[in-house]
Design a protein around this ligand. Structure first.
Ligand code: IPE
Ligand code: IPE
Ligand code: MG
Length: 247
């Protein structure tokens, strides 16, 4: 089907509030082309540009991208350095255009463990765009779902020790306030590229009732067309949240 025919199938009254993406397959993409791995990540950045543009156009309020996991530090040192340096350069290079397009950048993860120079660039970009009211682009950086939950428990335990909270007050809603960027709603749709059928420690708490869509496409080849297909598929599903449909 032509891409513009796909656009016609999108119901603009049922646009998800929050899409989260596990951007996977950069290494395999580079390998297929006999290129160095970092070229896969560079091509991955182009895919991010395309998807951010398409999300803004489709008026999707929030896009969360799994950009670097806490487990990714275990990759060879040179590769990690290459990724960090790319991240820093991309933020510096893209932030003005993002700002002009009213994108608000956010980040979540153990951000204080990122290299100082990445952290500085990131903080500057977040501050610069903090009053923008367009697409929220939320980067999961040095992120894992388990560490997010542990960090939340640590802050919650501190509030109990300080006498600001009683254990009896803890419930799901209260606990979720202790997670990163807890002001954002849970994702409606989770996309994973490169055909892998796993969650890889992403948003463990938040995806309790998220619809999952897996694409065989490697992340650098992900385009507006794939995003449209994911949206159309999502809009055809019945989200039951454990209930029965009305009879
Ligand atoms: C995803 O691509 C990007 C990051 C995890 C940073 P990969 O680097 O995991 O690529 P594959 O999965 O090895 O193909
Ligand atoms: C998930 O991809 C992490 C990111 C996309 C940043 P990985 O490539 O790290 O996940 P696994 O190792 O295939 O589970
Ligand atoms: Mg991978």
């Amino acid at each position: 089907m032509e891409e513009e025919e796909l656009v016609q199938l999108v119901d603009m009254t049922k646009i998800p509030k929050h899409i989260a993406i596990i951007m996977d397959g950069n290494g395999r993409w580079a390998k297929e082309k006999r290129l160095p791995r970092i070229e896969g990540h560079r091509a991955g950045v182009e895919a991010v540009r395309r998807v951010v543009k398409a999300c803004a156009e489709l008026k999707i309020p929030i896009l969360t991208l799994y950009t670097f996991s806490t487990e990714n530090w275990a990759r060879p040192r040179k590769q990690v350095e290459g990724l960090m340096s790319l991240l820093e350069k991309v933020i510096a290079k893209e932030i003005n255009e993002l700002n002009e397009n009213r994108v608000r950048l956010m980040a979540m993860g153990r951000l204080n463990e990122l290299p100082e120079s990445v952290r500085r660039e990131l903080d500057r970009a977040i501050e610069l765009t903090s009053r923008n009211e367009g697409l929220i682009l939320n980067l999961a950086l040095n992120y894992s779902g388990r560490s997010e939950i542990v960090d939340g428990i640590r802050r919650l335990a501190q509030d109990i020790l300080n006498g600001d909270l009683h254990p009896k007050e803890i419930n799901e809603e209260l606990f979720s306030n202790y997670l990163y960027n807890s002001q954002l709603p849970d994702p409606d749709l989770l996309i994973r590229t490169s055909g892998e059928l796993r969650v890889s420690n992403f948003l463990l708490w938040e995806i309790a009732y998220t619809e999952i869509w897996v694409s065989e496409v490697l992340w650098p080849d992900f385009s507006r067309r794939e995003l449209l297909s994911a949206l159309i598929d999502y809009q055809r599903r019945k989200r039951r949240f454990g209930r029965v449909e009305e009879e």
